[in-house]
Design a protein around this ligand. Structure first.
Ligand code: SF4
Ligand code: SF4
Length: 446
């Protein structure tokens, strides 16, 4: 085969491949109900198919084919070569977090109560914010603009079921005399939680910075966190994409409650099973934590912490909920491979920060906070917005480019984001173009 026909063959092959890929992307987008993306990919398929037809129908000089082939090859190499891959500056907190100062704890304080007075005597700087959110309808309030009877009442029921699980997070056990095999029990728990619906799971050693310093919710409010466990088992459950597409409307708070319930059930089952084997264990579930779950999940190898302060998992981005079981039963620690591309992508992306309705997510670089470099969301602004609309918003989670479904199409993009800085910049622009810069929420049918 001479140069002439080789370049023609390669060119036709490349164009055909691109047309097929766009055709596949159009079908996937249609199935995902992404109509804007479907239109973009359909038009692209037609353009490349027409180009293919032109190549067959016209006589093009061979050197033009070679030039086009070279451009294609360079483009592919640039997108997938790790020529600038960033560096991981994921640091560990230097001090433990006081759970009382997080918004979920503050929001539970009852005005006029001793706990309320004591808290604001100690933290008077938080009082203004308290007045702001208490003057709003409130989370899951029937007065809120996004109130929807079916979703709100289902969410309220889910949350009260989670509350009943709080009695099961820990309990007595009879100390075991013989040792278990760490690898065997870890594999068993891992496959069991998968069977129960977990998306990913892993184990880390429990460090001091994983633990809250002071309990911020429940009967033990104000007590020092005492947790002498050695290991933490973390897992994620997926948030349903269709329901999340409605964020910040009512379906999102229903889905959050549903996944808190699902992860809570799994965690208490695992903790109870460990105790029955003769080791202490505690589940950490919604409203009843002694540990900071995203940090544990990160150290257990489940992802990195992104700009919006949530765990960014490799296959679902932030579209997960996390629960943890801590124990002193020997477990096999997972190997964590830090992924600097998440930091690097968040650096160029900023989509969550630009579209957040309460401007709670920082748009700038990481700042030094309590001795470490990190992004920190303004939890007061975020929670105040929740109290205004009645749901837990989740718009940042919905619009994050990492949140697309776990399938071949989106995993190709995730691969490019992981490998190449140039591709990251391209992916941000493409995500805006294909899915929209600030697309409207989409309510599920039925
Ligand atoms: S939307 Fe962009 S900046 Fe925000 S967390 Fe996701 S990737 Fe990072
Ligand atoms: S949940 Fe909503 S208000 Fe809160 S940070 Fe995300 S986008 Fe902003």
């Amino acid at each position: 085969m001479d140069w002439d026909s080789l370049s023609v063959f390669f060119f036709i092959f490349s164009i055909a491949l691109i047309a097929v890929f766009f055709g596949y992307a159009a079908i996937v987008s249609l199935l995902e109900k992404e109509m804007r993306a479907f239109t973009v990919f359909l038009v692209s398929t037609l353009i490349f198919s027409f180009l293919l037809f032109l190549v067959y129908a016209t006589i093009v000089p061979w050197y033009l084919f070679i030039a086009a082939d070279m451009v294609l090859i360079v483009a592919i190499l640039l997108f997938f070569l790790p020529f600038k891959n960033g560096f991981s500056n994921a640091e560990n907190p230097l001090m433990r977090i006081d759970e009382r100062i997080i918004m979920f704890s503050m929001s539970r304080l009852i005005p006029g109560s001793k706990r309320y007075r004591d808290y604001y005597d100690e933290f008077p700087e938080h009082l203004d914010n308290d007045r702001q959110f208490r003057n709003l309808p409130g989370l899951l309030s029937s007065e809120a603009p996004f109130f929807d009877e079916k979703y709100f009442y289902a969410a309220l029921n889910n949350f009260s079921t989670v509350e009943t699980l709080h009695n099961l997070v820990d309990g007595p056990f009879v100390e075991r005399e013989s040792e278990v095999d760490p690898s065997e029990v870890t594999n068993f728990i891992s496959s069991w939680v998968e069977k129960m619906g977990a998306h990913s799971n892993g184990v880390t050693k429990l460090h001091d910075y994983h633990k809250y310093s002071i309990v911020g919710r429940g009967d033990d409010y104000g007590k020092k966190v005492e947790l002498d466990h050695t290991y933490a088992f973390a897992f994620t459950v997926e948030m349903d994409k269709n329901l999340m597409d409605a964020a910040p409307m009512a379906p999102v708070v229903f889905e959050s409650s549903q996944q808190y319930l699902r992860s809570g059930l799994i965690a208490v089952q695992v903790a109870e099973w460990i105790r029955s084997l003769g080791y202490d264990a505690r589940a950490h579930i919604d409203g009843n934590y002694r540990v900071v779950c995203p940090l544990i999940a990160r150290d257990a190898g489940l992802g990195e912490i992104g700009r919006m302060g949530l765990l960014m998992t490799p296959r679902l981005g932030p579209r997960v909920r996390i629960a943890v079981v801590t124990t002193n039963m020997p477990l096999q620690v997972s190997k964590r491979l830090p992924d600097p591309s998440v930091d690097a992508f968040c650096d160029v992306c900023k989509k969550c920060a630009i579209t957040c309705p309460s401007a709670a997510i920082p748009k700038d670089q990481k700042q030094e906070i309590d001795g470490i470099l990190r992004w920190q969301i303004d939890q007061e602004k975020c929670y105040t917005y929740w109290c205004r609309v009645g749901t837990d918003c989740g718009k940042c989670m919905r619009l994050c480019p990492y949140s697309h479904p776990d399938n071949f199409l989106h995993n190709v993009v995730r691969y490019g984001i992981k490998r190449s800085h140039l591709f990251r910049k391209f992916a941000v622009r493409m995500d805006d173009f294909v899915y929209g810069k600030n697309p409207k929420p989409r309510l599920p049918k039925g």
